[in-house]
Design a protein around this ligand. Structure first.
Ligand SMILES: C[S@@+](CC[C@H](N)C(=O)[O-])C[C@H]1O[C@@H](n2cnc3c(N)ncnc32)[C@H](O)[C@@H]1O
Length: 280
């Protein structure tokens, strides 16, 4: 029997369905075109360049079909919103310890106001009433405290944006490496702050096949195993030269820490390195 279009219950249902399909196609299109307005719903702690880079990685991963996303450091959900709207994402793991004050490699420490999982979920629900919030699984702790066995299905795409210290990013990266799929994509935010951690991670990856790219403005991504063959050429087109970027980042860090009165820490480190190099 043909379904009646127009008025009545069936008509409303059809109009609703058509609207839903239109909006899903619209989201697909916006991800394809790297439309950064996808981040406009809830406050996000990223630049326009970072957002384009995150969308680029999302576009790569979703082209292979359904995927699972894991994020460390979600705050208000600013870097979850564009994933939540994506019909190809079937599960989101959000890990955030939400400490009142957090350590920071550049400034020493920092804090985030109104930082709770409830606040994040409420904000996402109010902004995207149609979204399926059930796909978000939250954990209020440091990733190192979690049992990797809980992360089935394994994430294909991880984004690390938690505590910005070298120690923490190495620990968060090890966690992601342990729980994610073998051919995964692991991105880190604020490469200009956690560059020391990136060097340590590269050393740890000695036994794995990987490729690392620096993306605008401050995103660093590791493509693992077959992710290199699948996405490497596309990601490379957007990537930045690393040597000059990291030199600039080191110089900025030096100046900021000096201005903040961290010169004694620095002097101590230089002293330790000198002692080590002369073998005393
Ligand atoms: C820069 S904000 C994240 C911003 C968010 N990704 C966005 O784009 O809007 C950093 C978050 O890391 C969280 N955090 C701090 N220490 C953490 C830790 N040890 N493990 C996980 N998350 C942590 C903070 O609670 C905060 O919400």
């Amino acid at each position: 029997m043909p379904v009646r279009r127009g008025g009545g219950l069936n008509g409303d249902w059809h109009a609703g369905l058509e609207e839903k399909i239109r909006s899903m196609n619209d989201i697909d299109q916006r991800i394809e075109s790297l439309d950064t307005s996808l981040f406009d719903g809830v406050l996000a702690a990223s630049t326009k360049g970072d957002r384009r880079s995150l969308l680029l990685l999302q576009r790569c991963v979703r082209r292979s079909g359904e995927y699972v996303y894991l994020e460390i450091g979600s705050y208000l959900g600013g870097s979850i919103q564009q994933i939540l709207l994506d019909r190809r994402c079937r599960l989101i793991y959000s890990i955030d310890k939400r400490p009142p004050v957090q350590a920071d490699q550049m400034r020493g420490e920092g804090s985030y106001t109104n930082n709770s999982t409830q606040q994040m979920i409420d904000g996402l629900r109010n902004t995207f009433p149609e979204a399926q919030l059930e796909i978000i699984k939250t954990f209020d702790c440091d990733a190192s405290e979690l049992d990797p066995a809980q992360f089935i299905p394994k994430p294909d795409f991880c984004f690390i944006d938690g505590e910005h210290t070298n120690r923490a990013v190495v620990s968060d990266f090890s966690f992601c490496l342990g729980v994610s799929a073998p051919d995964s994509v692991i991105a880190l935010h604020d490469a200009n702050i956690i560059f020391g951690g990136l060097s340590l991670i590269k050393r740890r990856l000695r036994d794995r096949r990987w490729q690392g790219y620096l993306l605008p403005d401050n995103v660093y991504v590791f493509l693992l195993e077959r992710a290199i063959d699948r996405f490497g050429s596309e990601v490379r087109q957007f990537s930045l030269p690393q040597a000059s970027y990291f030199l600039r980042a080191k110089w900025t860090m030096f100046r900021v820490r000096l201005a903040l009165g961290k010169r004694f820490v620095l002097a101590r480190r230089i002293w330790r390195l000198t002692k080590k190099s002369i073998g005393r």
